[in-house]
Design a protein around this ligand. Structure first.
Ligand code: KG4
Ligand code: ZN
Length: 369
């Protein structure tokens, strides 16, 4: 079959992304312009600010994508963009760029589902012998998403669990801020919290039966494990639990503040990752109930770079399936977060099948999978 080259646009949230990928699984360019802004990071994305930045950055990203690939528009065979879900104005920036180019160049156009693209990433990034086979599970843990996805077929997906309130990434960021853990641009607040947790001895939080009479562990007590037994995530309660503990200064006056910080950080990380373990086990059980055999679990998103999480999920899957080891796959971090490479790749099978979209295709800001 002939080589097919896709130019793709992604602007559904706060990153402006353009990429060029071909049907031989080659990534020719991957441009991501982030909207670094502390206020946005902690307060959530401001749609209008994000829209303005996309409008400013999109042409720059397009130029860079061609320079990086050392290509011209003549080398492009098809154009893909994120159709949804996402913020309408933001999506429109990428979509309009894609449509206008497709119209001017007379090239085929395809609108892609953002979550499907995340789920399909390992089919691009894994070595050929280790590509996940359908059906597989994807745990997407980032600042924007907390999702357990079942990928049944290349065009058939299901969300098994999502968060009813905030994302796990945002909870990591906010708790890190509450504990006043210093961070820098290389290691953001979530990673800084992980590093702090790894600095001391492992701890186990106990409630009633702690041995010492007045340990910090006992004072902290157990952390909430919400929605037990349900295929749904929640991190707001855990976050506000830490908030209450931190603000209740009276409780801590007899303890070393650094020690308190260490215990609270560990308690949070254990509870947050514990929730992922519990939901992953429930998801596996649900698949078994449906008679589906799952051999691969893909974990992606910014939080997936957390080493403690990796260790725990590996152990969890080992326990769930001791005889038939389940492959745990972590795509490279740069392709776990929002990018246009995944959009290009998710469109490829449709381009090759000549299943194109019309130039008038509408956006789907709320698009179930
Ligand atoms: O996927 P991502 O890079 O971007 C967005 O979601 O926009 O995810 C970023 C999130 C942030 O909340 C960040 O604090 C978190 O991933 N994160 C981590 C770690 N590294 C990044 N959380 C916990 N442990 C880490 N090592
Ligand atoms: Zn995303």
């Amino acid at each position: 079959s002939r080589l097919f080259t896709v130019l793709a646009f992604e602007s559904s949230a706060d990153d402006t992304c353009v990429a060029i990928v071909n049907s031989e699984r080659e990534i020719l360019s991957n441009v991501v312009i982030k909207q670094h802004d502390e206020h946005e990071r902690f307060g959530g994305i401001q749609p209008y600010v994000a829209l303005q930045k996309h409008q400013r950055n999109m042409p720059i990203a397009v130029k860079r994508a061609f320079t990086e690939a050392n290509m011209t528009v003549n080398d492009i065979d098809g154009i893909a963009f994120t159709r949804g879900p996402g913020m309408h104005g933001c999506l429109a920036v990428g979509a309009n760029a894609a449509k206008s180019l497709a119209a001017a160049l007379n090239k085929p156009l395809i609108g892609v589902h953002h979550m499907q693209a995340h789920a399909l990433t390992p089919l691009l990034t894994q070595p050929t012998s280790e590509i996940p086979q359908f059906p597989f599970l994807t745990l997407l843990v980032s600042g924007g998403h907390t999702l357990l996805l079942l990928a049944n077929k290349i065009d058939q997906y299901e969300i098994l669990a999502t968060t009813k309130d905030e994302s796990i990434g945002r909870a990591f960021d906010q708790v890190s801020a509450l504990l006043e853990i210093p961070w820098n641009k290389d290691f953001g607040p979530g990673a800084a919290l992980e590093q702090l947790c790894a600095k001391g001895p492992p701890i186990a939080l106990v409630s009633e039966t702690g041995s010492s009479s007045k340990s910090i562990e006992r004072t902290v007590g157990e952390f909430p494990r919400p929605l037990k037994g349900k295929l749904e995530f929640s991190f707001a309660g855990l976050h506000s639990h830490i908030d209450r503990l931190v603000k209740n200064k009276e409780t801590w006056k007899d303890f070393n503040p650094e020690q308190v910080k260490y215990i609270l950080a560990n308690g949070f990380q254990q509870a947050a990752v514990g929730q992922l373990e519990e939901k992953l086990a429930l998801g596996m059980k649900e698949c078994r109930r449906r008679g589906l055999e799952i051999n691969h679990v893909v974990v992606s998103g910014g939080v997936a770079s957390n080493t403690f999480l990796r260790k725990r999920l590996r152990a969890c899957l080992g326990e769930l399936s001791p005889t038939n080891p389940i492959h745990l796959v972590f795509p490279p971090p740069a392709l776990c977060t929002d990018n246009a490479v995944m959009i290009a790749w998710a469109s490829m099978h449709r381009f090759l099948a000549e299943d194109f979209d019309d130039l008038t295709i509408d956006l789907r800001p709320k698009w179930s999978i």
